[in-house]
Design a protein around this ligand. Sequence first.
Ligand code: SF4
Ligand code: SF4
Length: 439
Amino acid sequence: MYEKMELKDGINGLTFEHRNSKSLAQAMLHALQNPEKMEKLGERGYIYSSNGEVPCVNEHVDEMLKLYDELTNTQSYIPNKTVQEPKPLTSLSAPWRITFDTNPDDCNFSCVMCEQHSEHSPHQKARKEQKIRRRRMDFEVMKKVVTEAAPLGLKEIIPSTMGEPLMYRDLKGRTFEDIIQLCHDQKIKLNLTTNGSFFSPHGHSVEQWAQALVPVLSDIKFSWNSATKCTQELVMKNSKFEKQLSNLKTFISIRDKIAIVTLQLTFMEINLSEIPDIVKLGISLGVDRIKGHHLWAHFTQIKDQNLRRSPDSIRRWNKIVQECQTIAQNQLLPNGKQIKLENVFELSEDSGTSSIHPESTCPFLGKEAWINHSGRFDPCCAPDQERLSLGSFGNITDPNQQLMNIWNGATYKNLVKNYSSYPLCQNCNMRKPPTQQHS
Ligand code: SF4
Ligand code: SF4
């Protein structure tokens, strides 16, 4: 309480989390790296006076009496501190978009940051050692959910964002082509994230894939983590930069104008300096959007890749953001439009250990849903182990369970209402600050 009254972080000093040595170390590092700022903070010894000086006894007594009057007259007492918190979320009557974890164990790449397929990840190694089959969603699960939700407002589906979705094949031999047909049948769109290798068990060419996909696509995201062969192949192991580039160019030449083409990346130390060049590359190729997310550092080996880990890394990230925004404003796409930058926004220097912005909101709850390979309902795309801390909502394969029972059930509604008090949500990279909440 004393600390709250006399010291305010970033105004007249720096604070750290009680008994948290990491937080203390961060505050000390920040102090060492910002001598001028520290001098300014030191000048402002007392927070509640205009000149930073401690008031005289008389002024202090006056303030105390004023406070006493306010507290004894509850009608007139108005707290003078504005608490910043996210706006309550509004829920749609049904999810407008559903992501299906169709085949998370299939991928022909091994990206360094990938929760499943990175060389640092224990998951696929453990699966192989224990001779567990690859997880593949039964096509009937997808069909059941889509058939229920399409008449209620479902507009599009996203096949697995973990694993390469074009490699999907269920135990009964249904493949990605059946998913495309389901979209045609239910008049919904397909939002695809692919690693751009256009792998095909049937030997389809890129052109053939593009012709099959384009009529149902709303959006296609190519995983893309660099502007150079060297970094791209370092981050996306087993990829071939020239092949990815040629596939992207071929796809763009066939795409329908309706489908949005995005380059999607993970923001990390290793590719930070190349992000402006990725924006330039996207513009030159006619890509509509560059979208990224800060790293979920699943393994200790890549913790240093996290750009939110220190005030210094956040400052460097913020500079790159400004550079990217200038490029986007000054260099237009071949169609004359401006490339869209998503999640490319500046962070506050102390945002590494707290939420990105105190008023940032979850973009997914009440709007979108996730169904994992076994039919389990998930509320968002957080990494699997962490996501379990948000609760247990139900499974679509239960014959008595339907998507809308879960959507309207007490457990999910409670999460939508109270998510900002969940530890996982408090430090979630996905939350959007007020300036980004339209996208
Ligand atoms: S392409 Fe996607 S699924 Fe495959 S290794 Fe990379 S991040 Fe993981
Ligand atoms: S972890 Fe993030 S994305 Fe998931 S519900 Fe919480 S705020 Fe939303």
